[in-house]
Design a protein around this ligand. Structure first.
Ligand code: BJW
Ligand code: ZN
Length: 286
């Protein structure tokens, strides 16, 4: 078997990245694909083959069939817990460090609900669509901590969540995975409402502070990297355009074509786990 060819990075792009003061890295599901987390458009296994993931990520789907949606998230949580950051995550963390050491700043903005950027060493990651490891009551909003214990400053009623068990309200489920299973969500002991993942579904507002910071970062960026996203979900998909209008160089890293191309200066076709380490090495050395 021959090794994959090294992606070619233009010297002039490497120079632009090396001298950039403000960098924004916007990531999507493709950034975690090589870690084993399926993207939203990939075919899923088991029960989920019959469902469009985007159709499960809505408040309407949860209201209509909470057991189906909760089961999907329990499965995804256990999958995320078992996955490890890939070289693309590592390169982003290194990029952030290198830009910081030169007196600038690199902001990592992700649409992903996993924590692989953090586990690779990235700092202050902005999660536009929430975090899969966290849960809250769908009715009263009470946070449920990962271990099901009382949330800091809360009155603790979610701690006594019933049904699927508060322990399933957070991290990896007790059974280590629930592929293809319907699971009733735990109930909030305070109000009896169903517990849901603390993530942003279609039609729901993004966390305000996170969105404002991302928007401001894009508007002030010298370089914006759009990594592993189909650029179809708004308002996140607006960020590269905000950056471009403000004069930033926009770089896309993706093995496939996306609708973002007209706004892109550098279209680096390939998987993030190969292209990003090459790009960061070209800019800052091996
Ligand atoms: C690789 C790779 C490798 C593969 N390396 N790459 C304007 C116009 C039209 C509609 C709207 C609009 N503004 C808002 C809307 C509505 C809606 C929307 O955008 N709809 C569109 C589908 C048209 N947006 C919303 O509803 C948002 N909320 C909102 O706007 O609120 C307004 C409001 C204000 C005030 C009060 C109330 C409301 C919320 C959007 C939330 C999205 N949520 C999800 C689920 C998160 C939880 C979970 O994970 O379960 O977020 S949906 C899903 O899509 C998920 C993702 O983060 C998001 C983006 O997907 P992503 O990351 O791009 O993944 P894919 O699968 O699409 O693409 C993967 C890419 O990777 C591909 O390109 C591959 O080629 C590539 N790839 N391997 C690099 N190795
Ligand atoms: Zn409640």
């Amino acid at each position: 078997m021959t090794a994959a060819p090294e992606p070619e990075i233009a010297g002039e792009l490497a120079e632009a990245l090396r001298t950039a003061r403000r960098v924004v890295v916007l990531t999507g599901a493709g950034a975690s694909a090589e870690s084993g987390i399926p993207t939203f458009r990939d075919a899923l296994t088991g029960l989920w083959e019959r469902y469009d993931p985007a159709q499960l990520a809505t408040p309407e789907a949860f209201a209509a069939d909470p057991d189906l949606v909760w089961g999907w998230y329990v499965w995804r949580r256990s999958l995320v817990a078992r996955c490890r950051p890939n070289p693309g995550h590592g390169a982003i963390a290194r990029l952030q460090r290198e830009v910081g050491e030169r007196g600038g700043g690199a902001m990592v903005v992700t649409q992903n609900v996993d924590d692989l950027h953090e586990r690779a060493g990235a700092q202050d990651v902005i999660h536009l669509h929430g975090a899969i490891a966290q849960s809250r009551c769908a009715d009263c909003g009470e946070k449920v901590r990962e271990d099901g214990a009382e949330p800091a400053g809360g009155d603790g009623h979610a701690e006594r969540a019933q049904g699927g068990g508060a322990a399933q309200g957070g991290g990896a489920p007790r059974d280590g995975g629930a592929e293809g299973r319907r699971i009733p969500p735990p109930r909030c002991a305070g109000c009896g409402g169903p517990v849901r993942p603390a993530i942003v579904w279609f039609g729901e507002a993004l966390p305000q502070v996170a969105w404002r910071r991302a928007e401001e970062g894009a508007a002030n960026a010298d370089v914006l990297l759009s990594v592993g996203t189909s650029s179809t979900v708004y308002p996140a998909a607006e960020l590269p355009h905000i950056a471009r209008r403000a004069g930033a160089r926009v770089v896309q890293v993706n093995p496939s074509s996306t609708g973002l191309e007209p706004a892109v200066h550098d279209d680096l076709r390939g998987p993030a786990g190969t292209v990003l380490p090459a790009l960061v090495a070209a800019a800052f050395g091996p």
